[in-house]
Design a protein around this ligand. Sequence first.
Ligand SMILES: *[C@@H]1O[C@H](CO)[C@@H](O)[C@H](O)[C@H]1NC(C)=O
Ligand SMILES: *[C@@H]1O[C@H](CO)[C@@H](O)[C@H](O)[C@H]1NC(C)=O
Ligand SMILES: *[C@@H]1O[C@H](CO)[C@@H](O)[C@H](O)[C@H]1NC(C)=O
Ligand SMILES: *[C@@H]1O[C@H](CO)[C@@H](O)[C@H](O)[C@H]1NC(C)=O
Ligand SMILES: *[C@@H]1O[C@H](CO)[C@@H](O)[C@H](O)[C@H]1NC(C)=O
Ligand SMILES: CC(=O)N[C@H]1CO[C@H](CO)[C@@H](O)[C@@H]1O
Ligand SMILES: CC(=O)N[C@H]1CO[C@H](CO)[C@@H](O)[C@@H]1O
Length: 324
Amino acid sequence: MNILIIGAGAIGIALGASMISQGANVSFLAREETAKAIRENGVERTGLFEHYKFSPEQCKVYTTYKEIPKNEFDFILISSKTISNDNISQNLNDNKHIFKDNTKIIIFQNGFGNDEPYLRFFPKEQVYCARVITGFIRPKRYISDITVHTAPILLGSLQKDDNKNTLSSQPVAIISKMINDSGIPSETTEELEKYLWAKMLYNCTLNPLSAILGVNYGKLTENDYSINIMNSIIEEIFKVINASGYHTMWNTAKEYQEIFYSKLVPDTYNHRSSTLQDIQKKQKTEIDNLTGKVIKLGELHNVDVPVNKTIYNIIKTIEADFEK
Ligand SMILES: *[C@@H]1O[C@H](CO)[C@@H](O)[C@H](O)[C@H]1NC(C)=O
Ligand SMILES: *[C@@H]1O[C@H](CO)[C@@H](O)[C@H](O)[C@H]1NC(C)=O
Ligand SMILES: *[C@@H]1O[C@H](CO)[C@@H](O)[C@H](O)[C@H]1NC(C)=O
Ligand SMILES: *[C@@H]1O[C@H](CO)[C@@H](O)[C@H](O)[C@H]1NC(C)=O
Ligand SMILES: *[C@@H]1O[C@H](CO)[C@@H](O)[C@H](O)[C@H]1NC(C)=O
Ligand SMILES: CC(=O)N[C@H]1CO[C@H](CO)[C@@H](O)[C@@H]1O
Ligand SMILES: CC(=O)N[C@H]1CO[C@H](CO)[C@@H](O)[C@@H]1O
């Protein structure tokens, strides 16, 4: 089993260590600085669950596609930031020699519809997604530390066959089993769409607003003004989900709001969103793939989402001066 991991960030390193622990041959495609750190130190997984430490000889690292041998990989796991998908999917298409006949791509990223850029070049039977709500940080370039775990990592397809049935998750079951056997709970699902929309609801409601106001998630639920904004965001997203023919676990915005305030936010009260962390580091955020996605779907289906648009425009204004 040969696995390529594109994007050796916190989640990529953790996935790599998990796969090596289960006897797979793991290669990373990483930026120069990270590649150097892995070549010198190997990779480590720390924090929650089993800890693993592998030497540089136990994995391979590439910095360009050119260096990768032909006909090499059974699975390609994408764990870069979403903003790189246009480029990565194009690069994979230009370097199809690294694929075997039946190589599967699995996308481990935030947001909904991240498979779309890949589907320009690869058939839907080859492209899968994951829902990850486990928290990873990278204290050193070659170490991934697992800080929070909310629910199993779920793998499956967002694509439907001609009869409108979701494609089976079975082709990627071996990867969820390896993740699970490495100690991080993981399973496959035929309902990935619902789970990803649940995550979108949560992230689109909390991330940008917490970043604009510079506060943790919990703080947002402590006054009526921010609650007002969040309620509007949730209502708009429900309209969009409904109009686009997607589904999630709750039938109405109200049902979701109840669990959101009583359970979801209290459970993650102190969390500082990745959007806030990006802005503090003066890095571009993933807003285009969160709120931006809701706005695009709204336009496509004639649903007005003014609050989402305002939030989106504020974040875009803040990041306008950031380099990358
Ligand atoms: C790993 O790769 C080596 C050759 O590079 C091969 O001999 C071995 O069978 C591979 N292991 C697995 C688990 O695929
Ligand atoms: C796109 O990919 C190529 C090839 O890996 C790389 O040289 C280039 O810097 C990438 N561009 C962006 C914008 O990430
Ligand atoms: C994610 O955002 C990038 C821009 O940052 C965009 O190019 C890409 O198409 C978006 N992906 C989806 C699925 O919307
Ligand atoms: C989204 O929400 C999950 C929890 O559901 C959280 O772990 C993650 O950091 C959030 N951020 C993004 C950008 O999706
Ligand atoms: C995941 O691992 C747990 C034990 O760690 C086991 O009980 C469960 O059946 C495994 N699930 C899958 C899908 O392999
Ligand atoms: C909750 C909600 O808005 N449900 C609507 C979803 O869309 C269908 C029509 O496509 C409506 O009948 C539902 O009322
Ligand atoms: C294109 C679009 O949906 N624009 C709307 C943005 O929000 C304002 C304020 O509610 C609306 O008036 C626009 O129609």
